[in-house]
Design a binder for this molecule. Structure first.
Ligand code: HEC
Length: 128
C-alpha cells in the first residue's frame, strides 16, 4: 500500500467517524426542546393557561400541566411510552390533522416534526 492510499483510507475512516458522532450528538427530544420549538410555533397560542382559546383548559406550557391534561371524556391525552394510544398523537396523525385547527391558519406539523413528537412519546416523554 502506498502513502496516498493510506491517507485516502484514513480520510474515509475519519469521515465515517465524524458522521457517527454527528448522529450521536443529535439530542433526543425532550419536553423542553419541544416547548421551545414545535409547541411554541404551533400549539401554545391556544394551549396555554393565559390563552383566550377554550384550549386554555388543556395547557401545554408546563410539563406538569401537559402530563395532567385530559380530553372531554377524562382520558389523559399523553401516555408516555405509548404513541398509538396517546390522544396527543392521534390529533396529529388524522387526515387532515385535527391539530392545529385548520381555521387557525397555523400550518400542520411537517413529517419531521411529527416524527420528533412520536419519538419523544416513545422514549417515555422525558422532561429534559
Ligand atoms: C387555534 C387554537 C389551537 C391551536 C393552535 C392548537 N389547538 Fe389543540 N385544541 C384547541 C381547542 C379549542 C381544543 C378543544 C376543543 C376541541 O376538541 O376541538 C383542542 C384540543 C386538542 C386536543 C384534544 C383532543 C382533540 O383532538 O380534540 C389535543 C390532543 C390537541 N388539541 C393538541 C394540539 C397540538 C399538539 C397542537 C399543536 C401542534 C394544537 N393542539 C394546536 C385549539 C388549538
Amino acid at each position: 500500500m502506498n502513502r496516498k492510499m493510506i491517507l485516502t483510507g484514513m480520510a474515509m475512516v475519519g469521515s465515517v467517524l465524524m458522521s457517527a458522532l454527528a448522529l450521536a450528538q443529535t439530542p433526543a427530544p425532550t419536553y423542553e426542546s419541544l416547548r421551545d420549538g414545535i409547541l411554541t410555533a404551533k400549539c401554545l397560542k391556544c394551549h396555554s393557561a393565559g390563552s383566550t382559546s377554550d384550549a386554555n383548559q388543556m395547557p401545554f406550557d408546563t410539563y406538569a400541566a401537559l402530563l395532567a391534561d385530559v380530553d372531554d371524556s377524562g382520558t389523559k391525552i399523553l401516555i408516555p411510552g405509548d404513541v398509538n394510544d396517546s390522544i396527543l398523537n392521534k390529533a396529529l396523525v388524522k387526515t387532515p390533522p385535527s391539530m392545529p385547527p385548520k381555521k387557525s391558519g397555523i400550518p400542520p406539523l411537517t413529517p419531521e416534526e411529527l416524527a420528533t413528537v412520536q419519538l419523544w412519546i416513545q422514549n417515555g416523554a422525558p422532561e429534559k
